[in-house]
Design a binder for this molecule. Structure first.
Ligand code: GTP
Ligand code: MG
Length: 335
């Protein structure tokens, strides 16, 4: 690993940008899909307001952060002001309402870590998860969307990394690998680390947006259109960045001691966070700090077995990017 850490990128790397960009473009949802999502949201709003006139619905997750690939499910948050709402009761009630309006496969998952109602709309063919009062997710979605608007390479990189993770079976939290949200944070972190930097640290700048949600102060600079083209001094192509991303996670990240932190725009030490030993089910084998819930490690799902799988996949991908004649095909080969 020490030897590889000093490795230079192959000389023909930039020639792969065109094929990587066509993969990215093939994953972008068509405009009609956006229209259908909004149509479904409108229907849900109508149904919800009959029962809870003061409630609001927010889109969050990849469909709202611009990191959603074509045919993704949508994530919706039902915000109810009521001080002490019993989430399970609302979930059950909501499932009843939706069921009687012909929505299909309606399921109330009241015992999940985040209780949700799942459904499928037969008119648009879109599936949807609805959670209650998960406003931190709405705010972290805004943060990611604001980052995406700073430099187009973030969205390109994230689509390619998510596509790779799905093809290689390492985007499954119930099998101990990482969520899409975690991969997007890894991309943001990586672009913050480049020199010249491609992304700034929005939470480290003078806040222009500030809300308090679930006792967490969420504040950051959100007037990103005023940044000009922040990353313009860095001319790295998308192929170079894909190579760099895998190289970073294969050979440069210090898994034993470091936590990646989009909040600080840097890494912080595991010792400072007291993430050095296993606590309950949190093993902290790869540490990704949530930008707002800072005690939350998005790598908590990773165990002794899956960290090995993940690191071997990063090494495989880095080696393909370095040596393979056809990286744009080989990278995404099913496992
Ligand atoms: P795809 O559905 O795979 O396209 O990606 P996604 O961006 O929707 O990601 P995912 O389904 O992993 O998560 C949906 C949203 O939930 C994310 O965008 C976050 O806003 C939020 N989220 C996911 N996991 C966590 C978590 O562990 N903590 C918090 N606070 N929010 C989370
Ligand atoms: Mg989602």
């Amino acid at each position: 690993r020490t030897f590889k850490r000093q490795m230079m990128c192959r000389r023909d790397i930039d020639s792969f940008s065109v094929p990587f960009l066509s993969i990215y473009e093939s994953l972008i949802p068509p405009e009609e899909e956006k229209l259908k999502q909004n149509q479904l949201l409108g229907l849900l709003e109508k149904l919800v307001c009959k029962e809870w006139p003061m409630a609001r619905l927010y889109l969050y997750g990849s469909c709202a952060s611009s990191f959603g690939v074509s045919k993704s499910d949508i994530d919706v948050c039902l915000a109810i002001q009521d001080a002490d709402v019993d989430k399970s009761k609302i979930i059950m009630k909501l499932a009843d309402i939706l069921q009687s309006d012909n929505l299909q496969n309606v399921q109330a998952l009241t015992r999940a870590r985040v209780p949700i109602v799942k459904l499928m709309d037969p008119v648009t063919g879109i599936s949807c998860d609805i959670c209650i009062n998960n406003l931190l997710a709405v705010v972290n979605t805004k943060l990611l969307r604001d980052y995406a608007n700073i430099d187009p390479r973030l969205r390109q990189l994230a689509f390619i990394i998510k596509h790779w993770a799905k093809s290689r079976g390492v985007n499954e939290t119930y099998h101990g690998t990482l969520s899409s949200y975690a991969y997007v944070l890894m991309c943001v972190h990586f672009l913050q680390q480049q020199r010249p930097a491609i992304l700034p640290c929005l939470q480290g700048m003078n806040p222009t947006y500030s809300v308090r949600v679930d006792n967490v102060d969420c504040a950051f600079f959100d007037q990103v259109e005023k940044l000009g083209h922040f990353g313009r001094h860095n001319k790295d192509t998308i192929a170079h960045l894909v190579w760099g991303f895998f190289f970073y996670w294969a050979y440069c990240h210090d898994y034993a001691n470091s936590v990646i932190s989009v909040r600080t725009g840097s890494t912080i030490s595991k010792r400072d966070k007291d993430w050095t030993r296993r606590i309950g089910n949190d093993r902290h084998l790869i540490c990704i700090e949530d930008p707002f819930e800072t005690s939350h490690d998005l790598g908590r799902v990773v165990d002794k077995r899956s960290i090995k799988v993940l690191r071997e996949e990063f090494e495989r991908a880095a080696d393909i990017m370095q040596y393979d004649p056809n990286p744009c095909i080989k990278l995404f080969e099913p496992y």
